[in-house]
Design a binder for this molecule. Structure first.
Ligand code: FAD
Length: 564
């Protein structure tokens, strides 16, 4: 059956074009309706978001089996790990984004997209209420609602100011592409302001005092990028003020990058010291004004105030209002973050899944399993394990639950290994199971949530699409997909996070990396590893080529300092 457009061309040539087209078109519609009546109705899947979790879900989903609708105020996917590079023009904003329509057009089935924000989820009626982000439609109404059979919430998180006065008004954030573009302009503004005539030296210095609140990966990467930008490019074009620039990082904990191996945080601290980047640890910011940052030194309680030309606030993320409202409706209002089970299914809500930064997997079940493993290993019921038994059990746990390794090895592994010593610090021959349980309860408090990273979000998206694909195949296969656990309570294996390591670029063509197998790598070679991994992780060949050419352009010509 020829398509409508071909028919239009053929019939136009023969003269009575439009009437014939209309007839053929209505025939086609009738046939489509008849066809749909024969085909069982596809389940409607509504996906909220076009970030890491949502696009990874959409990329692998068998879209022919579902009626898929995507709603997001952003009609593109952004490669967030390169956002700090956008703030200084190392990479251009358009090089790290991919239009979501490019991503969905590659899917064999039909996926519809609307550039809109979901304002409310109604789980009782299985509806979402949205508002167009573009403009009012012709009828003057920009609101619409969508019904769903399955809802996938992947709206990410929003910045968190911890209600600190003045932060919203006077600080920059680095969450979206627009934020990175704003920061790029603000940095140039600070330099332009500092060279204006009739300023005192003190005023010039204040304009060039860049403060970063938060010593996590985003804050540190921005500090490093900014340092390179200033020392490799800006000092050449603003030679008069080059000695007045200062970059300060304020961190509430005792070390920067404290989620990394301590070798990495101390390498970063030493490198920053050599580069002249000031790191103030153990300080809590109490308020921010247009000219000053006021903070308290935790150890002494002393109040300190430092002037600033520009502040980046990068202290963590919070829950979006639409998710908060949804949590209240489903009885999770007292929680900090939307909680799912290990199948990414929202607790207490039919057919709703949540992934990425907006949700957390409840890990309590895992901790119960681990306690059971310890108890089972105590075959003679003595209440203790030999050292060999203890080591076997820990290995067994790490094989079964790779995500635990991260926690066991970092802050809480010491509590477990302490159990191997007696009160005088000598090696013991047996490990007390009650002591183990106590140590595990500390691990437990850290195990409540997986880290909010692109790695977790994209693995969750890929996992959920596999479940959806199996679910649709299950319809044609009465035996259904492989069942997990004898009870048959769930059709699929639970989500398991595989930690593939993490990078921290530190500027000056140096980076640090924590890789699987407890391997830590730092220095220039790691920066090249970073370049290759980030080039290979791009979502399309288009962005890959753009990013690599931006890096090459920067090597040859330096970064651009125009304020556009
Ligand atoms: P997002 O990617 O934030 O996507 C959320 C989506 O939901 C967006 O499309 C948004 O427009 C949409 N949305 C928002 N509100 C609504 C609404 N009401 N209705 C519908 N849609 C909505 N992680 C790493 O693993 N490695 C890194 O190196 C790394 N570097 C980072 C650097 C920076 C500067 C930042 C900000 C983050 C970095 N991360 C990194 C973290 C990573 O970006 C996040 O963990 C990841 O984006 C989470 O994915 P997500 O899909 O949950 O949310």
């Amino acid at each position: 059956y020829p398509s409508g457009s071909k028919l239009l061309v053929l019939c136009s040539i023969s003269g009575g074009g439009l009437i014939a087209y209309a007839d053929a078109h209505s025939d086609a519609e009738r046939l489509a309706v008849e066809h749909n009546q024969k085909e069982p109705q596809k389940k409607r899947v509504v996906v909220l978001g076009t970030g890491w979790a949502a696009t990874s879900f959409l990329k692998d989903l068998d879209a022919k089996s579902y009626d898929v609708k995507v709603v997001s105020p952003r009609n593109y996917f952004a490669f967030t790990p390169l956002l700090p590079s956008v703030t200084c023009g190392t990479v251009e904003a358009r090089s790290i984004v991919e239009p979501v329509r490019n991503i969905i057009k590659k899917r064999s089935g039909q996926i519809q997209f609307w550039e809109a924000e979901c304002l409310k989820i109604d789980p009782a009626d299985k509806k979402v209420f949205c508002r167009s982000s573009v403009d009012e439609n012709l009828a003057g109404n920009d609101n619409f609602s969508l019904d769903y059979d399955y809802l996938v919430i992947a709206v990410g998180a929003q910045i968190n100011t911890f209600n600190t006065p003045g932060v919203l008004e006077h600080c920059h954030f680095l969450k979206e592409v627009e934020d990175a573009q704003r920061i790029r302009r603000a940095v140039i503004d600070c330099f332009e302001k500092s060279v204006l005539p009739e300023l005192t030296e003190e005023e010039r210095k204040t304009n060039l005092q860049f403060v970063i609140v938060g010593g996590g990966p985003t804050g540190i990467e921005f500090a490093a990028e900014l340092h390179d930008y200033i020392h490799e490019d800006l000092v050449k074009i603003y030679p008069l003020v080059k000695d007045l620039v200062k970059i300060t990082v304020i961190q509430s904990g005792d070390h920067i990058l404290n989620m990394f191996d301590e070798r990495i945080s101390s390498f970063a601290e030493k490198k920053f010291q050599r580069d002249g980047i000031e790191v103030l640890t153990g300080c809590r910011v109490v308020n921010v004004s247009d000219k000053f940052i006021n903070m308290k030194i935790k150890s002494t309680g002393e109040d300190v105030s430092i002037p600033h030309g520009m502040v980046l606030w990068s202290t963590g993320v919070g829950t979006r209002p639409v998710v908060k409202n949804f949590m209240e409706q489903i009885g999770q209002g007292n929680r900090r973050i939307l909680t799912t089970d290990e199948w990414l299914h929202v607790k207490g809500c039919e057919d709703v899944y949540a992934l990425g930064d907006c949700a957390t997997v409840d890990q309590r079940k895992i901790m119960e399993d681990i306690s059971t493993i310890f108890k089972a290993a105590d075959k003679d019921d003595s209440g203790t394990l030999t050292i060999e038994e203890f080591q076997d059990v820990v290995e067994d746990i790490i094989i079964r639950y790779p995500q635990v390794e991260l926690y066991l090895k970092s802050m809480h592994f010491s509590q477990l290994t302490d159990l191997l010593k007696d009160s005088e610090g000598n090696d013991t021959e047996a490990v007390d199971i009650d002591g183990l349980k106590l140590a595990l309860s500390h691990v437990d408090s850290q195990m409540k949530s997986l880290p909010a990273t692109a790695q977790v979000a994209s693995q969750q998206g890929a996992y959920l699409s596999r479940c959806f694909n199996l679910k649709s195949k299950g319809k044609h296969d009465p035996e259904g997909p492989r069942r997990f656990r004898g009870s048959g309570r769930h059709e699929f294996r639970p989500f398991r996070y595989r930690h593939l390591g993490q990078f921290a670029p530190l500027g000056g063509e140096q980076a640090a990396a924590e890789l699987p197998g407890d391997w830590v790598s730092m220095g220039h070679s790691t920066q090249w590893l970073w370049y290759s991994v980030y080039a290979s992780k791009q979502v399309s060949w288009r962005t890959r080529i753009l990013v690599v050419s931006d890096w090459t352009r920067r090597f040859i010509f330096g970064r651009d300092s125009s304020r556009i």
